[in-house]
Design a protein around this ligand. Structure first.
Ligand SMILES: NC(=O)c1ccc[n+]([C@@H]2O[C@H](COP(=O)([O-])OP(=O)(O)OC[C@H]3O[C@@H](n4cnc5c(N)ncnc54)[C@H](OP(=O)(O)O)[C@@H]3O)[C@@H](O)[C@H]2O)c1
Length: 345
């Protein structure tokens, strides 16, 4: 049995864009298990833009990380030793694991046994920490509960090629919406139009005037803005919101690397009054009781090929910081995961 394990810890608080030097790889001793605990090995670990908000030393909706603390994140793991009757050796789980080779768990927290029935039906393991995990569920509850999106409406999605944005847009299409995406670069834009079925996609890195491009793509205005980017992005679209429109504040990827006092300030909020627009954020865990229902529906769509997913894999624990830092340069194509071990047979 393995007695040591490697993990990434925070080497220093991050200022501005994260860099690999902000993280340090260390070897730790695995403890002898107590009753109720299990040890799992990591198969796939995720990198998420939202993790950035905990790395600067200030509190966000999740607490700030201290220097020397292990980096958290979602992971697909497999139990290798157990003294917890609920988790047997061999069980494959989606869980809060982190950038580490092994996880020692007391069985509490967000842990899901990955349902075996989907394994042979074209639903990859990585989907359970992607479209069937927090990113996809954010899209699901953002679109349904927060936006209350409806047939015939216009949906605008920013960072549209990420796992949250691409899922939100595809849910919009299923609801009968006209779906417009904003994403960076021709590859992402082509995938969104040709594979994910978006009606129009704007490459914000190529257009001379993004505001004009959005106005042209949404001639009747925007009913639902699903924003993953941040204040400037929201402020640009506010004047285009239709009466009783909804702004879903999902994420702020452009603002995570900027100190709060230096962030773009919203200017166009009068439209919230004049057009009775509702702007609402979400933390996906608020909807945890409905996760299973949403996952079953989306798993069926992945299996029948009607929900397109993009998963990009890096190999090896060593590559986690590099994979994470690239998110803020737009380098990821879909859900970015790092593989530490092959899928269990
Ligand atoms: N509220 C919740 O409960 C919840 C849960 C999960 C995730 N989220 C949020 O949802 C958002 C999307 O997450 P995701 O996992 O799908 O990641 P993602 O959209 O793939 O995020 C990375 C992408 O963000 C874009 N980006 C990076 N820097 C940018 C900048 N300065 N300006 C504009 N775009 C920039 C890039 O795409 P382009 O190449 O297209 O620019 C990059 O590829 C994130 O903000 C995340 O924090 C919220």
């Amino acid at each position: 049995m393995t007695t040591t394990s490697r993990r990434w810890v925070l080497a220093r608080h991050v200022e501005g864009a994260p860099s690999p030097e902000d993280f340090r790889l260390e070897t730790v001793q695995l403890p002898a298990l107590e009753d109720g605990q299990f040890i799992a090995r990591t198969i796939l670990a995720s990198v998420d833009p939202g993790m950035r908000s905990r790395l600067s030393g200030g509190d966000s909706y999740a607490g700030a990380m201290k220097i020397g603390e292990g980096i958290d994140g979602f992971a697909v793991i497999q139990v290798v030793e157990s003294r917890n009757p609920a988790y047997a050796v061999g069980d494959v789980l989606a869980a809060g694991g982190g950038w580490r080779e092994h996880i020692v768990s007391d069985g509490r927290g967000l842990i899901q046994k990955i349902p075996a029935e989907w394994a042979g039906r074209g639903v990859p393991l990585g989907a359970w920490i992607g479209v069937l995990g927090v990113p996809g569920l954010t899209a699901w509850f953002g679109m349904h509960r927060v936006a209350q999106a409806k047939e015939g409406e216009t949906l605008l999605v920013t960072s549209a090629a990420g796992p949250v944005g691409a899922t939100a847009g595809q849910i919009g299409k299923r609801l009968g919406m006209r779906v417009v995406g904003v994403a960076g670069g021709p590859r992402k834009c082509a995938w969104l139009e040709d594979e994910a079925g978006f009606d129009t996609v704007i490459d914000y890195k190529a257009v001379p005037d993004l505001t004009a491009a959005i106005a042209e793509a949404c001639p009747r205005g925007v009913d639902v803005l699903f924003d993953n980017v941040g204040n400037e992005s929201i402020d640009r679209v506010l004047p285009m919101m239709r009466m009783r429109g909804r702004v879903v504040v999902s994420g702020q990827v452009a603002d995570y690397n900027v100190e709060p006092q230096d962030r773009y300030g919203l200017k166009n909020t009068s439209v919230l009054i004049t057009h009775r627009v509702r702007m609402e954020g979400l933390v996906v865990f608020d909807d945890i009781r409905q996760f299973a229902e949403a996952q079953a529906q989306m798993a069926a769509w992945i299996a029948d090929g009607s929900l397109k997913i993009a998963i990009e894999e890096f190999d090896g624990l060593e590559r986690l910081p590099e994979a994470f830092c690239g998110l803020f340069r737009g380098e990821n194509f879909g859900r970015r995961l790092v593989r530490l071990a092959a899928d269990p047979g």
